[in-house]
Design a protein around this ligand. Structure first.
Ligand code: 4GY
Length: 224
């Protein structure tokens, strides 16, 4: 899979190359391309933002550098083109699975007050938000989407780690413990040391239900 990130701040993506995602990249399973939108500005000072028509605070990203950058990285519109913005549909685990089916994703990061609407109308397939809060730019959201998808690219993490995790069929994940069996006077739940896998399963399912009911009743069809 290939993920192209379009941004005015390419240096913000350095952490992607270390970390677990870096492993997928180095193994050749994931190709991450970070492209500076400014390189596509067709004006003397490589200006990429201007004042908003109609007035108001801040600056708006101009459509030309964005349009030229998108056309350069995806000339035949084969990629799924995504704009990260608080106006988008909320990103959820099932969306990560859906996006995994595309061979090429283009993630467009906005800054300042946002981008000229015509760039969205002409070049974007869908708008995605990572949650109901406003950040200074789309770079962190793009990294969130990248990281979430990268986990499912073959070989990034073990398949077993993916089986019981949160947001699967059973809501949130059960608590985990490792050695020592007693830490600062707190013991690991007895059942986990019992070797009785049927009982362990039962305990984990019940703990999952408890934590989901407490923190995310909406996942169980209840009210928030
Ligand atoms: N939340 N989910 C988000 C965001 C910042 C103005 C456009 C979010 O995805 N993006 O807060 N983005 C804005 C800032 C320009 C991006």
């Amino acid at each position: 899979m290939k993920i192209t990130i379009l941004t005015l701040f390419p240096e913000m993506f350095a952490p992607l190359y270390g970390s677990i995602i870096g492993r997928a990249v180095n193994a050749g399973k994931l190709n991450i391309e970070v492209v500076n939108i400014r390189d596509y500005a067709e004006n003397k000072h490589a200006k990429c933002d201007d004042y908003p028509f109609g007035g108001g605070a801040g600056m708006v990203m101009m459509p030309q550098p964005i349009g030229s950058a998108i056309k350069a990285v995806d000339p035949e519109h084969k990629a799924r083109r995504i704009y990260l913005s608080p106006k988008g549909a909320t990103f959820k685990q099932d969306k990560a699975f859906e996006l995994l089916n595309y061979e090429h994703l283009v993630l467009l990061c906005g800054h300042y007050e946002g981008i000229d609407q015509r760039a969205i109308d002409l070049f974007i397939d869908e708008e995605i938000s990572i949650g109901d809060y406003v950040l200074t730019g789309g770079e962190l959201p793009a990294m969130v989407v990248c990281d979430c998808i990268a986990r499912y690219v073959d070989g990034v993490i073990s398949g077993e780690s993916l089986v019981d995790e949160s947001f699967g069929e059973n809501g949130l994940e059960y608590p985990q413990y490792t050695r020592p069996a007693v830490y600062e006077g707190l013991s690991v739940p007895e059942v986990l040391l019992s070797g009785n896998h049927a009982e362990i399963d039962k305990w984990r399912r019940s703990e999952s239900k408890k934590i989901t009911q407490k923190n995310r009743p909406d996942l169980l069809g209840g009210k928030r």
